[in-house]
Design a protein around this ligand. Structure first.
Ligand SMILES: NC(=O)c1ccc[n+]([C@@H]2O[C@H](COP(=O)([O-])OP(=O)(O)OC[C@H]3O[C@@H](n4cnc5c(N)ncnc54)[C@H](OP(=O)(O)O)[C@@H]3O)[C@@H](O)[C@H]2O)c1
Length: 354
């Protein structure tokens, strides 16, 4: 397949990559590759038509297989498990902390703001849902942007109970901006927190899980791990990267009895957009309409905990129409690209009107 593909690209005359004049000897060069392109396009369209039913059947088999494997695996009992939740100082992470505590877990809450983590811990202890629990959550300061310090933080985490059963990589920052106006520093910051820092923490805790031949890692990605939408480049790129890393991790860790659940939420009603970075690195500071009307974080956290208990590989946690868009993106990419061009044009027009 690969050889065939590279042959077709290599076989294109170099003239088609240059900017030929519309008359003279170049004319022949333009004509021939465009015919080749047309034939290639026709073959591609035909292949899509032929493979469409196969893809649909494949998806159905995939759903059936994951259902069977879930039944076989049974539910993970969370009682007494040591669970680390990053980004537990607000939003989804805060609600996840409550949900895991209600399951009887020994919690370790991590993020940058210790006072906020302490507030979350105190509210958990004050909540009446699980009075009989006597193990208060432990708070740990963690800055995912400081990748050099992550191993030390992981060692401190391992020192608390001697091991970690479940790592929930929830911490993250979002971004709002136009690629051409975004400084590379902002791209680096988003990738560092959402991807490199998260990967570093995972790798720092993994050897202990491998040694015990048990563990579970949950990654809170985003629907933007599947769909890249304009003006979210750095964020979508970081979540795409996290999805790819997680898929490799799942395959490589299966023989060590370590599971990986990737949760890709749509909009959840949190402060994510308020805390998002703009192209210049400032805080965006606005509550997006979509985020404001997003999923209730309590309900989102409950569904995430269930997915982890079931050792689900993936959870696309969003409205039904996002499932269709993800489907369209993989089966009819051209349609999706056209919609995104339209969306970007609308946003550029709105920007001009301001
Ligand atoms: N809300 C949505 O619509 C939505 C949709 C899809 C995916 N998600 C994902 O859900 C996760 C949680 O976000 P949220 O919606 O709950 O937003 P949020 O309220 O802004 O929470 C983000 C959390 O990440 C922590 N954090 C940020 N930078 C960090 C750093 N450098 N090191 C360590 N922790 C850091 C923050 O804590 P500190 O400030 O204390 O460090 C905070 O607890 C994120 O991964 C986000 O991408 C959210």
């Amino acid at each position: 397949m690969l050889r065939k593909f590279s042959f077709s690209i290599d076989s294109l005359p170099l003239g088609c990559l240059e900017s030929p004049s519309k008359s003279g000897s170049d004319a022949r060069v333009i004509k021939s590759p465009s015919r080749v392109n047309m034939i290639q396009n026709a073959i591609r369209q035909l292949a899509t038509l032929i493979f469409l039913p196969l893809t649909l059947a494949g998806r159905m088999i995939e759903v059936a297989l994951s259902f069977v494997s879930q039944l076989k695996a049974g539910d993970l009992c969370l009682e007494g498990k040591v669970v680390v939740v990053t980004g537990a100082s607000s939003g989804l992470g805060e609600r996840l902390a409550h949900a895991f505590y209600n399951e009887g877990c020994k919690l370790i809450l991590a993020s940058r703001r210790l006072p906020e983590l302490t507030r979350v811990r105190d509210e958990i202890l004050a909540s009446e849902s699980r009075n009989e629990r006597v193990i208060p959550p432990v708070v740990v300061q963690l800055d995912l942007a400081e990748t050099g310090k992550i191993q030390d933080t992981a060692n401190a985490i391992l020192g608390i109970y001697g091991h970690v059963d479940i790592l929930v990589n929830n911490a993250g920052i979002s971004y709002r901006g136009e690629i051409s106006e975004t400084t590379p520093d902002v791209d680096v910051k988003i990738m560092t927190v959402n991807y490199f820092g998260t990967v570093a923490l995972t790798k720092a805790l993994l050897p202990s899980m491998v040694a015990r031949k048990t563990g579970h890692i949950a990654m809170i990605g985003s629907v933007q791990a599947k769909l890249a939408i304009p003006f979210r480049s750095a964020y979508a790129a970081s979540k795409h990267a996290l999805q790819a890393f997680s898929d490799c991790l799942r395959a490589e860790m299966n023989h060590n009895n370590i599971g990986v659940t990737v949760v890709n939420p749509g909009y959840v009603k949190t402060n994510l957009s308020l805390n998002a970075l703009t192209g210049s690195g400032q805080q965006y500071g606005q509550m997006d309409e979509n985020t404001e009307s997003g999923l209730d974080p309590v309900k989102a956290a409950a569904r995430i905990v269930t997915a982890i208990k079931r050792k689900q590989d993936e959870l696309l946690l969003c409205e039904w129409y996002y499932h269709i868009i993800v489907f369209v993106r993989s089966l009819f990419p051209k349609l999706f690209f056209m919609a995104m061009v339209h969306r970007a044009a609308k946003q550029f027009a709105a920007k001009k009107d301001v």
